[in-house]
Write a protein that binds this ligand. Structure first.
Ligand code: 9UX
Length: 70
């Protein structure tokens, strides 16, 4: 089973930032991510073995801020 979540991303200053975050998230096994620079949102599919906190940590490690909108 997989779940999807949306993350609000802060700190992107060019379109390549979105690609960098996608790559970083995709390094987690089973994760697929699309980051929209214009809307500052990431749409992420992740397996049961992964928690949303891990997704947020990966974005943080890349130098950006991620929060889960309510
Ligand atoms: Mo654009 Mo983002 O040069 O870290 S890739 S600012």
């Amino acid at each position: 089973m997989t779940a999807t979540t949306e993350l609000a991303i802060e700190g992107m200053t060019c379109a390549s930032c979105a690609a960098r975050i996608e790559k970083r998230l995709s390094r987690i096994d089973g994760v697929e991510a699309t980051v929209n620079y214009a809307t500052e949102r990431a749409r992420v599919r992740y397996p049961e073995s992964v928690t949303p906190e891990q997704l947020i940590a990966a974005v943080t490690a890349a130098g950006y801020t991620a929060t889960r909108p309510p």
